[in-house]
Design a protein around this ligand. Sequence first.
Ligand code: 99T
Length: 202
Amino acid sequence: MKLFHSPASPYVRKCMVVAHETGLAARIELLPSAAHPVNRDRSIVERNPLGKVPTLITDEGDALYDSRVICEYLDAHAGARLFPASGSARWRALTDQALGDGILDAALLVRYETAMRPEPLRWSDWTAGQLDKIHTGLARLEAQAEGLAGRVDIGTITLGCVLGYLDLRFAHLAWRDAHPRAAAWFEGFNARPAMQATLPKA
Ligand code: 99T
């Protein structure tokens, strides 16, 4: 398998954490890429019209995207159970994944707005709205942090990647200060070998 990869992308990291947790990491060749919403990487676009990472090329040559699909594919391929099969555990894991992906989507919009969009074209109210999504998302994470203990599934993996991404790109938010229960959970979860093997790099 081949994965269009970026060492900073939390969505790529979700896939790589799943790959490590399921024993598939050594079977994935990382393809360097430069996904960008404006200067689009045509080598990715050839396989994924959205031009985003992660994009996985399977051993059969099929292109899979996005991170939700790739994570579920890897889990199924390995015969693992990071996506609980049914019942409340499944809906909880999928909803936590959606919460985490939503926080990441807001964070990435802020990142693109502040690191890429030319200054005169920026709209501060819009950025403030996205930052508020990060804050309300973190508040939910804090409220449910005790329910994360002991769980290793696609929900907790996604939330772990969210907090790692905030440390990488939004350290100034100092999210731990107002979210001590989430911080305590993250400290333990982030020590997992799969998380340590995939620490993000700018
Ligand atoms: O928007 C683009 O065209 C290029 N951006 C990406 O490829 C980002 C890189 S994170 N990936 C996604 O937006 C994937 C989202 C998708 N829903 C999924 O896979 O779950 C780069 C982060 C950073 O450098 O700070």
